[in-house]
Design a protein around this ligand. Structure first.
Ligand code: PAD
Ligand code: ZN
Length: 366
């Protein structure tokens, strides 16, 4: 069986022959049909997300259930599924508080690159191969925790279903679940990539009237407008804070979203807020990076800066809901697919295109 494996940081991902163990209790074997290439995968390649290697990358994916382990009742062989990269334990402090996105058990296992029991399912000979976020979708097959598969309707094509597994859920969820953007609001979205475009369309769905998309790559502005941006700002040419203030009668926006993961744009996302504004950081910066913001503005302007992980979602409910919105032509997924590669071999080219910033999402069909 073939999988795209990062053998070491900074290297090209290589297509390896690997072995996969059978699903244990409360696990599921999935045949992957489509996988999206997200910047979080690239963060691992570039060592910005320091995870153990060798690792099967890919966390945005959809496929077909091939085999279920003991105790799995919510799916059966042949079901179509989207993979959920935060398979919550349901028992920890945060799960019990209703915050599945913050599950302590899932977060720890993701850091170890293992499944929930602390062991791996991928092997190459004697060597253990780690698995990105308990998914590992750049592979012909994968084994994931039971909560890691969300059954979906069968009339959605696999590439579009895959996109909901990270980009759409993260982006729309940040707007709807974390920020709770209200109708008539003003919004700035810094970074109009695969996730940022979903923040933009989430803001439109929520009824925002002014949606300002900020990017540095010219190709992104037409895409941003197509997804619902009312204004665009080129951060490579213009001062972003001045431009956003000018578009909002000098006040700043009600909500901002940083969807890149850099300290300077996270600071920007705070500085473009008006009084009482809420900034949401979606972009993932390396763990050792700090951000500097003006201290006086916190009490005097009452602004909030927070973050959003996996769209603060409830995947079992939100993934089928987003697919229903897509089938009802209320959520754009087709337009997110800039390029399709019909084999795992396309993964390095997809990473190069992602790094250049010119595409929305690439899909690998497997
Ligand atoms: P992407 O590469 O498709 O999009 C990033 C966009 O930012 C591109 O359009 C770039 O041109 C643009 N950009 C780069 N630098 C600047 C700048 N200085 N000013 C303005 N725009 C700029 O990535 P993506 O959309 O796949 O992911 C974006 C981030 O979100 C990334 O850090 C990823 O790891 C993170 C993410 N977070 C979660 C979560 O749960 N919080 C989930 C998925 C992805
Ligand atoms: Zn992702």
């Amino acid at each position: 069986m073939k999988a795209a494996v990062l053998m070491d940081y900074g290297q090209k991902v290589s297509i390896e022959d690997v072995q996969l163990k059978s699903p244990k209790k409360e696990e599921v074997l999935v045949k992957i049909k489509a996988a999206g290439v997200c910047h979080s995968d690239l963060h691992v390649v570039q060592a910005d997300l320091p995870l153990p290697v060798p690792m099967v990358l890919g966390h945005e994916g959809a496929g077909i259930v091939e085999e279920i382990g003991e105790g799995v009742t919510h799916v059966k062989k042949g079901d179509h599924v989207v993979l959920n990269w935060v398979p919550h334990c349901g028992k920890c402090y945060y799960c019990l508080k209703g915050r599945k996105d913050m599950c302590e058990h899932a977060q720890r296992s993701a850091e170890y690159g293992t499944l929930l029991d602390g062991t791996t399912r991928f092997y190459k000979g004697e060597q253990e191969i780690y698995q990105f976020s308990m998914t590992g979708t750049f592979s012909e097959y994968t084994v994931v925790p039971a909560n890691g598969v969300i059954p979906i309707r069968k009339d959605v094509p696999f590439p579009q279903a895959a996109l909901v597994g990270c980009g759409a859920l993260t982006g729309v969820g940040a707007v709807v679940n974390t920020a709770k953007v209200t109708p008539g609001s003003t919004v700035a979205v810094i970074g109009a990539g695969g996730v940022g475009l979903n923040v933009i369309q989430g803001a439109k769905l929520a009824g925002a009237v002014k949606i300002i998309a900020v990017d540095v790559v010219e190709e992104k502005f037409a895409m941003a407008k197509h997804f619902g941006a009312t204004h665009t700002v080129n951060g490579a040419e213009d001062d972003v804070i001045d431009a956003v203030l000018e578009l909002t009668e000098g006040r700043g926006v009600d909500y901002s979203f940083e969807v890149i993961g850099r300290p300077e744009t996270i600071a920007q996302s705070y500085n473009v807020l008006g009084k009482c504004g809420l900034g949401v950081v979606v972009g993932v910066a390396p763990p050792n990076v700090n951000v500097s913001i003006n201290a006086f503005s916190l009490p005097s302007q009452g602004k909030t800066l927070t973050g959003s992980w996996y769209g603060q979602s409830n995947p079992a409910i939100d993934i089928p809901m987003l697919l229903d919105l897509y089938m009802a032509e209320k959520l754009k997924l087709n337009e997110l697919i800039s390029k399709t590669y019909y084999s795992l071999e396309g993964v390095n080219d997809a990473f190069d295109n992602l790094a250049a910033g010119k595409i929305a999402r690439s899909i690998l069909t497997i």
